[in-house]
Structure formats: C-alpha cells, structure tokens
Design a protein around this ligand. Structure first.
Ligand code: GLY
Length: 428
C-alpha cells in the first residue's frame, strides 16, 4: 500500500520511521517532510495547509492511507475533504478537532460531561476580563480560544501580568482572530503528564504514558517551547493511574462528543496535571504529541499501520498494544535563540557518529538535506535524539552519550530530561 504522512517535525519523522517498517507499506510519501524523512520517503513539496493540493496528490497517486501529524490541517477540515472523495485518512474531522481548535469548546465539553478540569471563565470583552483578574487572586492561566502555534497559553503570576496578557490577546490581537475569546483559568500546581489514546469514536486504546518538558532550559526555567524532550513510561503514574485517567478524562470526552453528534476518530491526547485533588485535564489535543511521540513510538512493538487503518475506517478492533519494557528518553537539539529568533542554514556535524539502530534513533525536525547528503538546520527544534535503556536512568545516560556527537553553531539542549522523575522515584 501507499502511505502519505503530512507534516515536517520530529513527530512526523517518528511516525514515518515506524510506518516505513511495516511490511504492508510499499511506498511512503511525506508532505512536506524534512531532511531526515527524505532518507526513508519521497518528500513532496506541499505544505500542510494546502488541503486541495494534498487531496489532488493523494487522488492522483492512489494513496491508501494518509496520516496527519499537526493540528492545523485537522482543524481546517482536511479529514472531511479527503473522506468526501473516498480517501482513507487518519485523524478527527473538523467538528471533532474543535477539541483542540477551540479551548472554549473543549472546556464546555469537559464541564458538561463531568471531566475534571480547572475552574474557568470565558471573556470576549477586555474590560470585563481585566476587572475579573483585578478582583480575583493570582496566579491565572490565560488561554486564547483558537490555535496560536503553541503560544496561546500564558501563565500569569501577578495581576499586572494578567492584565498585560488580556491587553495583548483581546485588544492588540497578537494571535489574530484566535484571540477573539479568552479563557481565564485557575492555576493548578502539580506534575504534567501526557496520556494518548487511539479511538474510533467508541473503543479506546491507550498508548504508554509520557512526560514532556516545555520550558527551554534545565530545571524548567526559561520560556515555553513546543517541547524540549520527553520520556516514556512516566514513573509518576502506574498503569492503574493511566486507566483511571482514561476512564475519567478520555472516555467521557469521546462519549460526550458522540452525544453531541460528533464521532471522534483518530488520536486523542489528554494533557493532565496530577494535582493534590487528583488528575485534572489541562487540555485536549487532537493529534500525537511532539516530542512525546519520539519517546513513545520507539517503545511500541509490532506494526502501527493496521491500527491506523482500523481507526481511520472507524473499526478499532485491536484491544491491547504491546510495549517494549524498556524506557525511552528523547532529547531535542535546538537552534540558539529558540523559541525566539534563530539562524537557519547551519551545517549539522557528527550525525554519522550516532550508531542508529532500534535502540537509538535520530528523528529530524528542522533539517534539510542537500545533494551531497549533508544536513543543515532549518527550524527552531532541529532534531530529537531518542534512546532506549533498561531503566529511565540508563536510557537517560544512553541519550546524553549520543547527544555529545551532534553539533552545529549555537546548538543547545536540556541536560535534565527525565531527571525530575528520577528524583521522585528510586526504582526507575
Ligand atoms: N508536547 C506538547 C504538544 O504536542 O502539544
């Protein structure tokens, strides 16, 4: 069969890497892909928001399965457009994708269907929002309603910061129409956890747990990023805890949407905070996490393609996923300056020194490959290096051993991916 992966990040390289191992797959395409993906697939110069172009390509090339990585095309309705012309595509449709595309929609579903989440209020008028924060006790979490390229969630420790965030979003429209409405949410303290599951709108098939590291620098300092590294499984929760999260968060969301007349098919991602009161949902995403995928998928045993097909066809029959018992740590190598401005076109050295195998992998994100096979940087997050190990500690040691080989001017990475979990536990 022929498969198309849409996207160009580390998540999409990981999915393409796993799909490429399937005996069912004869030809793999990526749009637009990146330098690393071009080693295992044919990269097609179509951008992820070019739904018409992607549809025409898939029809012309008789693509049997399209897998959508990023949220933007899902929220823009790529699944609806593909299904209208009989193309098989993995991901939720436009209505279901509102779970990520509109924070107000997601909160409404959570409230209506009893999913634990932080108390919140919705505002459209900036003066009303400002009066609310002036009269309430900080800290607050202020969220733009729509998609804001991962920048739409702002934690404000003081009233002044909150007023500034409201001005930026509602008055100055820094996120455009994505900021026509905001949510002001109580800040909840705890450890963050990502729980991902496949669903066909009825059955739920959870993946292994993982934890992302969103701040740019060690000890969770510096600005928020798209994610600087992840590990799986997350020793902060047991398999029983994951089961509780699926029962309390994911099942009611999928069932609640069904009651609203919306069938959710694809991957559902619950961003969880393990608070003093128990797990609460911070957000839902409608696609695989990045960089969680780079830590979770290397641990998945067996073929991913039949599961993607079952979900896309609305008949999820697989009952259980098999996991490598080992841990996986994945560390992002980023461009100096990220998440702010950074240089592109820098030569990446030392990739050949990494002994790539099924135990250690280099997933590309912001890279391009030239005619001579040399890689240069082309984004903020450049690579994700993933390594397995018998324990979290060993996989951490393995990944940091590999990281030292790869260099480019001003490259940086966090040196503490997984360390917090090790401090919480002596057995991992
Ligand atoms: N790791 C966070 C996200 O994928 O949104």
């Amino acid at each position: 069969m022929k498969v198309l992966v849409i996207g160009s990040g580390g998540r999409e390289h990981t999915l393409a890497w796993k799909i490429h191992q399937s005996k069912m797959v004869k030809e793999l395409f990526c749009a637009p892909g990146n330098g690393g993906m071009s080693q295992i697939a044919t990269c097609v110069p179509l951008q992820m928001d070019d739904i018409e172009g992607l549809k025409a390509f898939s029809l012309k090339n008789k693509i049997n399965l399209t897998v959508v990585g990023p949220e933007l095309p899902l929220v823009n309705g790529i699944v609806d457009e593909f299904e209208k012309v009989g193309l098989c595509i993995f991901g939720p449709n436009k209505e279901a994708s509102q779970l990520e595309g509109s924070k107000v929609f997601a909160k409404t579903i959570m409230s209506k269907y009893g999913i634990p989440t932080a108390p919140y209020k919705v505002f459209e008028d900036s003066n009303t929002a400002k009066n609310y924060v002036i009269e309430s006790e900080p800290p607050f979490v202020i969220k733009a309603d729509g998609l804001a390229a991962g920048k739409g969630v702002i934690v404000t420790k003081t009233t002044e910061e909150a007023v500034q965030a409201i001005t930026n979003i509602l008055d100055n429209k820094v996120f455009g129409s994505a900021g026509n409405k905001i949510i002001i949410e109580d800040f909840v303290e705890g450890e963050e956890l990502s729980v991902l599951a496949f669903t066909d709108g009825q059955s739920i098939l959870p993946l292994a747990s993982s934890q992302d590291h969103k701040r740019a620098f060690d000890n969770d300092e510096g600005p928020n990023t798209g994610g600087m590294g992840a590990y799986s499984p997350c020793p902060l929760v047991s398999q029983d805890d994951v089961h509780v999260i699926v029962e309390k968060a994911i099942k009611p969301a999928v069932a609640g949407l069904k009651q609203e007349g919306i069938t959710y098919k694809g991957l559902i991602y619950a961003g969880i905070m393990i608070s003093k009161q128990g797990p609460i949902v911070l957000e839902f995403n409608v696609r695989f996490g990045d960089p969680e995928t780079q830590a979770v998928i290397p641990r998945l045993k067996g073929d991913l393609v039949p599961i993607l097909l079952e979900v896309a066809k609305g008949k999820l029959e697989t009952k259980k996923l098999a996991w490598d018992h080992r841990s996986c740590v994945s560390v992002v190598l980023a461009s100096g300056g990220y998440p702010g401005s950074y240089q592109k076109g820098l030569t990446i050295n030392g990739l050949e020194k990494v002994p790539v195998s099924n135990d250690c992998m280099v997933f590309h994100a912001g890279t391009v490959r030239d005619d001579k096979g040399m890689f240069t940087t082309n984004g903020g997050r450049v690579l994700s290096v993933s390594a397995l190990g018998e324990t979290l500690k060993e996989s951490q040691k393995n990944v940091y051993g590999l990281m030292q080989n790869i260099t480019f001017t001003d490259a940086f990475y966090r040196g503490d991916i997984g360390t917090k979990a090790l401090q919480h536990s002596t057995t991992y």
